[in-house]
Design a protein around this ligand. Sequence first.
Ligand SMILES: Nc1ncnc2c1ncn2[C@@H]1O[C@H](COP(=O)(O)OP(=O)(O)OP(=O)(O)O)[C@@H](O)[C@H]1O
Length: 307
Amino acid sequence: MAAIELTGVTKRYDDVTAVDGLDLTVPEGEVFGFLGPNGAGKSTTINMILDFVRPTTGDVSVLGYDAQRDSVAVRQRTGVLPEGFDIYDRLTGRKHVEFAIRSKDATDHPDEILERVGIADAADRKAGGYSKGMRQRLALGMALVGQPDLLILDEPSSGLDPAGAKEMREIVRTEADRGATVFFSSHVLGQVEAVCDRVGIMREGTLVAEDSIEGLRDAAGGEERLELTVDSASSDDLDAVRALDGVESVSGDGGTVVVSCESSVKTKVLSTLEARGVTVKDFETTEASLEDLFLSYTEGQKQEVSA
Ligand SMILES: Nc1ncnc2c1ncn2[C@@H]1O[C@H](COP(=O)(O)OP(=O)(O)OP(=O)(O)O)[C@@H](O)[C@H]1O
């Protein structure tokens, strides 16, 4: 069963088509990064998954349920970090989490949740006084309540400092390891790269790419350059590397081997040399920039600077 399945989903607002014939399947247990520039249709898609917005046409199924008919069941098993999360200024962080626990009929301990998201120290402070990043951490904590089968995180890194963004990624991984599906949106590829199994890139309401990070790298042109320092490599050794699928060019002068190849064959290059008795003392790679690739998929649209 897919955790999320959208089939031919379109959402129109008067003359704006926010989402245009979208087909998207996210298997259970996957960490899926949903990317795209401002206005690409990410929030609209998330809102349709949660039945906050109804599609003009098409079907949305979530955790095996019809997103519209069974929206209560979907929300019960889903943890959501919404975009622009509203806090209750007068309530403490702990009260927020207690509220989430009650509304989900969950048994979590509020302090454990607050500890996980790094704001245990501020548990008894009114959330109105929290910084932007602390609010974001609180929202993430509330989403984690009840061990949801599906986590939907809309721009989870927004407002987080680098340490917070890293902690967020670790939490995403931990949740995935216990079997949850994680679907999160971002307009910064770098933030999802380290944690996603797969990404989808939206542009003007359609999915323009859907792949693993590795696959995206290959699509970036495969222009990865691998520079190896070896004890000695003969021309036969170089020929053996040249013969590998995905290797574009090989040059070398005995002590150095330079290979242009698809990123997926990097390890094959190393193991081929080592199997031939060549000792690899050191290596450096220059990777294709994913951010450049992301822009190549989405360019032509106005880009706002991300928060
Ligand atoms: N309620 C609405 N009424 C009219 N147009 C809307 C509405 N909601 C979204 N849109 C339009 O649909 C398009 C997609 O918006 P959406 O919020 O889904 O994009 P997004 O990818 O989430 O962008 P961002 O990264 O800025 O949050 C935009 O052109 C937006 O103006």
